[in-house]
Design a protein around this ligand. Sequence first.
Ligand SMILES: Nc1ncnc2c1ncn2[C@@H]1O[C@H](COP(=O)(O)OP(=O)(O)OP(=O)(O)O)[C@@H](O)[C@H]1O
Length: 408
Amino acid sequence: MTGFERNRSIFANKDALSESYQPDELEERDEEIADYMDALQPIVDGWEPNNIFLYGNTGVGKTAVTEYLLRMLEADVEAYDDVALSVLTLNCNTLTSSYQVAIAMVNALRDPGDELSATGYPQQTVFTKLYSELEALGGTVLVVLDEIDSIGDRDELLYELPRARANGYLEQTSVGVIGISNDLQFRDQLDPRVQDTLCERELQFPPYEAPELANILASRAKIALTDDACADGVLNLCAALAARDSGSARQALDLLRLAGETAESADAEAIEEHHVEDARHKLNAERVEEGMRELTVHGKLVLLAVVSKEAQQKTPCRGRDVYEEYQRVCDSATTSPLVQRSVNNHLADLRMFGILKATENRSGSRGNYHSYELNVPFRSALEAMGDALPLAETIEQIRKYAKRNNVL
Ligand SMILES: Nc1ncnc2c1ncn2[C@@H]1O[C@H](COP(=O)(O)OP(=O)(O)OP(=O)(O)O)[C@@H](O)[C@H]1O
């Protein structure tokens, strides 16, 4: 066995393709940056900050542009003695109510050891503690709430925080909230009063198109890859695939990184288009597997029933056939089955997640019904279920059927 040896044939700085990397320059967002700067301008002028709501699909640069502009803003306001700016950034992805967000804000502002516990206070008490932490800061405080939609409809803080000064809770401090979301419906679901304050300035980031993604990739590849590490057409292919699927720069960068890793482990001298294709398959499979692992136990058992029907080459099949198979699967898992209506709900969810495909059939006077089949590769579904369910024997049986029927 040979030992470890540094490999720098493809990557010069692989970290430049990672999620945590902060690029010095942002490509293709000049217009959005200009609007964003305009919305932040009152802070530099010494006035009350705007509240800003920023939305757009995943991976379109909302966080990257926000971090870039706030770094710039913090540096530039140093020139003005009458502006004291503090920025408090919070990712709300695990915080599902105003209460939890307020606790997290207080704790981010307090010294270690002096934090609030996560439960046990009336909400208004937590808000009062938050106001006193904010008041102690003085000046302008920008509160950035990324993934703000996680807060759901328990959104009182989003109403109260921007009005804290007007309502007399703060005297020395002005608060501006920047809410960031990739849930396009969140804004519309907000209480109209919250909408009015929070969405004082709205910025929308559209998905990237292929030529824009190609430029983003080219500027990142200069830092991340060695010279000649990319065959002609590779960056354009990554850009085209990501543009067609999501318009996400994250997806384009992930594709390039994974294609580079594939090329590296094959000892290739450069990344070729077929490495990108391999990377795309791997990323798709990972995405589906992640989705499948997050299902509830019965969601997984319903999916396993469809996998089993597929192994027997009996798909597309009707809901009631899936239900019979599901009852057998529950039997082998020694789990009590749900009623058919609940299984139908699971089938609808699996379809919504893109794991199953359903075709509508007409059956004359008895109305329409759906036929279900897998919408993901059989092998990925079987492997994900193998990892997620303690049903080795049943899964082995399904694998045997699948082999016999050339499904696997
Ligand atoms: N215009 C750009 N120029 C350079 N890199 C970019 C640009 N836009 C996005 N990126 C890069 O793409 C990745 C994803 O961007 P970012 O995290 O800002 O997306 P997002 O819109 O906040 O997504 P999400 O809603 O999923 O959090 C990051 O690595 C970021 O550096």
